[in-house]
Design a protein around this ligand. Structure first.
Ligand SMILES: O=C(O)CCC(=O)C(=O)O
Length: 222
């Protein structure tokens, strides 16, 4: 018997969904994202929040039927989309995201996020790295945050058992649905090519939470 998506999520803290979106759908989303960035005079590499608030195409993607079914299998029928962002790492910049758990930034009820590859992601251009099962563990963030790259709650890689780390190389359109306590990071992009990803965050709408200012465009999935 194969394990259900919820069993896998509960055990590992994540589920991989191959080809959640087709190449054509991803190309349309990336073109739309580039338009949004250029309309807002954003260039280089970085993070941009609020795609769904800015674009019907992103809103449709956030509620795509296959994604909605997977989220409901994990969270139950009352799934609330909270917010999304693109993490765009272009040829000119190469920072890797440090090890962290998203929950440190949000608190409240546990959420999950869906990381979607807008480009093929490899260790060379900055694919994600994960610690399976870490969503069941309490972690003390201890890394320094001396630069301006955000991620004030970090865990020094020296404090992670290297044998537990797995890479998530992704083809564009592949997705990782992950718990907000899953320890994750990404490699630096040393490839000279783009590594863009869309990250959308959801929760069980029945769970009470503070009024998150970053979730101003929240909507319930049908
Ligand atoms: O896409 C990445 O490089 C990682 C981003 C990330 O972990 C985050 O924004 O929480």
């Amino acid at each position: 018997m194969t394990d259900s998506i919820k069993d896998i999520f509960d055990t590992q803290g994540y589920v991989i969904v191959k080809q959640l979106f087709s190449e054509e759908e991803i190309d349309r989303l990336k073109t739309e994202a580039k338009d949004i960035l250029s309309r807002n005079a954003v260039d280089g590499s970085g993070v941009y929040l609020g795609l769904t608030a800015a674009s019907p195409l992103f809103k449709e993607a956030a509620a795509a039927p296959r994604l909605s079914r997977a989220l409901k299998a994990i969270l139950g029928d009352d799934v609330l989309f909270l917010s999304d962002k693109i993490v765009f790492k272009n040829a000119s910049t190469d920072f890797g995201s440090p090890w962290h758990q998203d929950y440190s930034y949000w608190h409240g009820s546990h959420k999950l996020s869906v990381w979607i590859a807008l480009d093929d992601a490899t260790p060379e251009n900055g694919c994600l790295r994960l610690v399976p099962g870490s969503h069941n563990e309490t972690v003390t963030h201890d890394g320094e945050a001396p630069d301006d790259k955000g991620f004030v709650y970090r865990l020094d890689e020296a404090n992670i058992d290297a044998s537990r780390i797995v890479d998530f190389p992704a083809a564009k359109g592949d997705a990782l649905v992950f718990h907000d306590l899953l320890l994750h990071a990404s490699y630096p992009n040393v490839s000279g090519a783009d590594r863009w990803a869309l990250i959308s965050t959801y929760k069980d709408g029945r769970q009470p939470d503070p009024d998150y200012s970053w979730a101003h465009a929240a909507f319930a999935l049908k």
